[in-house]
Design a binder for this molecule. Structure first.
Ligand code: NAD
Ligand code: WQD
Length: 337
């Protein structure tokens, strides 16, 4: 059985679907600090079985000891974290406690139970401002905010744990670029609290009429159309990449570090146009100043994951936008609830 921490969240819920479709039994642990239990029956409508979920916190030592004693976990996929860059600047201790201390507690419980297979959610944010593009896994690492530092610290922790017991651990550090999209059913997707920080949910809310217009943060970048370029990857491709990484770890002990991206840069204006085509709705925008901390462009060299895992992202921008629109439109959800 696989323990999925943060499995009720955006990426975690799509991971549940991918695990079910891969016939991999799993258990969700989530404190619902950024998600809601209502996602669980909607996962059940997709997979035919509502996930078993423990409402709890990865920092709860006693709870983890109970879970590892009760279930025969073979691996952990660790999504549970706080992930808002701006919030991390205002609340650094909350991020170090939740993300770093939470991972220490989890690793200690795993070691005590003899469970040494882990897939870890890392982020392209650990590359900071890359010196060149596309980004390879051996590029220099640099954080520019407490969230990014928390990811770097956890990556280092995992490397040290692996080195402390050669050949005993099987760890994959997966560096996600920009996850977007939603399951094709329209039943699960990204549901940010409050005003979305990220581009895709904000664009979707403008298209639905919930917001008046999109602020395009800068159109004077050294990019083809002047707006920021990112490597957007469909969340279902990302989840399938995790299944492939799990299967790889079963055959290969040690530490694996991989970029999960498409290798294809997409600009803000390209994404706006894609969403207008997918939704049939206008996405009005106003150009504003560059957002502090933003890089002009960031995209992955995805070849190592392709070579080692036999996996690549398959879904294009049109699919990303169509799936988000179906989720945002909410019809399927209303029928399900
Ligand atoms: P999310 O907030 O939707 O999901 C995280 C889940 O973890 C939530 O359900 C939350 O309730 C839960 N959680 C948080 N702290 C917890 C704790 N202490 N104990 C138990 N549950 C806890 O975020 P997401 O977008 O699904 O991201 C999942 C992971 O992927 C995170 O580690 C994030 O840093 C990483 N990541 C996300 C992105 C992105 O753009 N979404 C990009 C790169 C990396
Ligand atoms: C994408 C592009 C913006 C919003 C962030 C985190 C990163 C990771 C993924 C967790 C940029 C532009 C955005 C808007 C805009 N999260 N934009 N108007 O900043 O690449 O990455 O999410 O790990 O850590 O930093 O994603 O979606 O915020 O921005 O013009 O209202 O869209 O300037 O060019 P980002 P994003």
């Amino acid at each position: 059985m696989i323990l999925v921490t943060g499995g009720a969240g955006y990426i975690g819920s799509h991971m549940c679907v991918a695990l079910a479709q891969a016939d991999e039994p799993y258990l969700v642990l989530d404190n619902f600090s950024n998600s809601h239990p209502s996602v669980l029956p909607r996962i059940g409508r997709i997979t035919g079985r509502t996930p078993e979920c423990v409402h709890g916190d990865v920092r709860d030592v006693a709870l983890l000891q109970q879970l590892f004693a009760r279930y025969q976990f073979t691996a952990v996929i660790h999504f549970a974290a706080l992930k808002a860059v701006g919030e991390s600047v205002r609340e650094p201790l909350a991020y170090y406690d939740n993300n770093v201390a939470g991972t220490v507690t989890l690793l200690q419980a795993m070691r005590q139970a003899g469970v040494r297979q882990l897939v870890f959610s890392s982020s392209a944010t650990v590359y900071g401002e890359p010196a060149s593009l596309p980004i390879r896994e051996d590029f220099p690492l640099m954080a520019t905010n407490p969230y990014g530092w928390s990811k770097l610290m956890m990556e280092q922790m995992l490397a040290d744990v692996d080195a402390s017991a050669p050949g005993q651990w099987r760890i994959a550090r997966l560096r996600y670029f920009n996850p977007v999209g939603a399951h094709e059913s329209g039943l699960i997707g990204e549901d940010p609290q409050g005003v979305p920080n990220n581009l895709m949910p904000y664009v979707a809310q403008v298209a639905s009429g919930r917001r008046e217009f999109l602020n395009v943060w800068g159109n004077d970048y050294p990019t083809p159309d002047g707006t920021g370029q990112r490597d957007y990857i469909h969340v279902c491709d990302l989840a399938e990449g995790h299944v492939a990484a799990l299967r790889y770890l079963r055959q290969h002990p040690g530490l694996l570090t991989l970029n999960l991206g498409t290798g294809r840069p997409v600009s803000v204006l390209e994404m706006v146009r894609g969403f207008e085509q997918a939704s049939g709705r206008p996405v009005p925008y106003q150009v504003g100043p560059r957002r502090p901390g933003d890089v002009a462009a960031c995209w992955a060299d995805p070849r190592l994951a392709e070579r080692l895992l036999g996996w690549r992202a398959r879904r294009d921008v049109a699919a990303m936008c169509q799936d988000v629109w179906r989720w945002q439109d909410g019809v399927a959800r209303q029928l399900a609830d």
